[in-house]
Design a protein around this ligand. Structure first.
Ligand code: MG
Length: 203
């Protein structure tokens, strides 16, 4: 499986990192070794001193597809969850300055903690999904799918023009504003509405 991540999908986050608001979805990938499964700690890596969290809604692809029409995109995901797109911001800024790809800042081991998924039938409106992150009991990030620049269906249609989607692939759909640094001993709790779907410690 692979993990596809959308960047700059919320206007307020693009602005906080001084990035232009994109006209087309921006995406990058993390390998399957980036998964951090429930009940494992996230080990702060030695190669960075500025690991940031980005809290994101995650789609689980349930059917193989290529060049998917937007109107059929809903058939390709049945479950929605949350994850953290951990980013080595110091390495990413160096890469950006040099115009280099960001892989080392994004694709490293355990950089994609993912929680439990909810069937999309449990949501009254997919364009109104509230989600959030607490660290050590304090709210650090809050977002809502209604503020996404590109909808779930637009993302699936766009990405599948370039990359075949396979059952089991995950799509991180971008972070709202409020990204920030993490530290050893932090306790992460990630929610959709009131449902806690992911929790782990940083070690
Ligand atoms: Mg992200």
């Amino acid at each position: 499986m692979k993990i596809i991540c959308i960047g700059r999908n919320y206007v307020d986050h693009a602005k906080e990192l001084n990035n232009p608001v994109p006209e087309k979805p921006v995406f990058f990938m993390k390998p399957s070794t980036a998964l951090l499964l429930p009940h494992n700690p996230f080990y702060y890596p030695d190669f960075s001193t500025d690991i940031h969290y980005e809290t994101e809604l995650v789609l689980k692809i349930n059917k193989n597809g290529k060049c998917i029409d937007k109107e059929f995109a809903p058939d390709y995901y049945q479950e929605i969850g949350v994850g953290i797109d951990f980013t080595a911001r110091d390495l990413q800024n160096e890469c950006k300055k040099k115009g280099l790809p960001w892989e080392i800042a994004k694709a490293f081991d355990s950089s994609a903690p993912v929680g439990h998924f909810l069937d999309k039938a449990t949501f009254a409106d997919l364009n109104n999904i509230a989600f959030g992150l607490k660290i050590n009991g304090e709210t650090r990030q809050e977002g809502n799918s209604r503020d996404m620049i590109f909808s779930f269906d637009t993302i699936i249609a766009y990405v599948s023009q370039f990359v075949t989607l396979r059952q089991g692939d995950l799509i991180f759909t971008g972070t709202p504003a409020g990204v920030g640094p993490t530290a050893i001993d932090d306790h992460f709790e990630v929610f959709i509405g009131d449902a806690k779907l992911l929790s782990f410690y940083v070690k």
